[in-house]
Design a protein around this ligand. Structure first.
Ligand SMILES: [Zn+2]
Length: 232
């Protein structure tokens, strides 16, 4: 019976390690996901800067348009002026508008240059992201395949375990499962060497070792509580 339980435990330990293996996400997937998030954050920031710059350029362009109209209207008024004094007033106005126009055009030029540079940068980041997407998709698929394969192995191991566990009395199986849960791993420990518990390495009293050797007796380690068994 205990040999059968040892077999069950071997399956349980394999299932434990498969569960751990399942949770181990490959570093290249984690790294590529992080790279994508980083790129997306950088794109969002740059696009925000693009928006702000676009607003400033649009505002300047509206003002340029308004100045051009006022300049034209001052020029028209100068032509239509009835006195030379009036004409010269309008000419002065026209000159002022022309000066402000030149200043505003000079202010707008660096903004347009920044806009071009920023557009190039954002395009580059988008291209980088576009190249990363299929790479990430492939890694995600590989990961899904890996997990599915681990799951398939777990299912088949669990079936084998059930078949072996079938021959063990429910009370013993329950006891084993409780100890295993409490001890996070081994519920059954082999008596090793000269009467030592293989679970906690404590030297067992002679009467305990003798009891373990008796067939069909369930003995637990007085120190760690694991069910003891002897291969001989
Ligand atoms: Zn022990």
């Amino acid at each position: 019976m205990l040999n059968q339980l040892a077999e069950v435990q071997a399956f349980d330990l394999k299932l434990d390690s498969l569960r751990e293996e399942r949770g181990q996400v490959p570093p290249d997937l984690t790294a590529t996901e992080a790279k994508k998030r980083d790129l997306e954050a950088r794109i969002a920031l740059k696009e925000q800067a693009q928006d702000e710059l676009r607003k400033r350029v649009n505002a300047n362009e509206l003002e340029l348009k308004a100045l051009q109209e006022r300049r034209r209207s001052a020029a028209d008024s100068a032509v239509r002026a009835s006195t030379s004094k009036e004409a010269s007033q309008y000419q002065n106005q026209e000159l002022q508008f022309a000066t402000r126009l030149t200043e505003l055009e000079e202010d707008t030029l660096p903004l347009l240059e920044s806009q071009t540079a920023l557009d190039t940068e954002v395009d580059g980041l988008h291209a980088e992201l576009a190249a990363l997407v299929p790479e990430l998709a492939a890694l995600v698929q590989t990961e899904a395949d890996r997990v599915a394969e681990v799951d398939a192995r777990s299912v088949s191991l669990a079936q084998e375990r059930t078949a072996v566990a079938h021959g063990i009395t429910p009370a013993l199986l329950q006891q084993y499962e409780q100890v295993r849960k409490a001890k996070r791993g081994l519920g059954l420990a082999e008596v090793v060497g000269n009467g030592t518990c293989g679970g906690c390495n404590v030297r067992l009293p002679i009467h305990v070792v003798q009891k373990v050797k008796r067939p069909d007796s369930v003995t637990r380690c007085p120190s760690c509580g694991r069910i003891l068994y002897s291969k001989s």
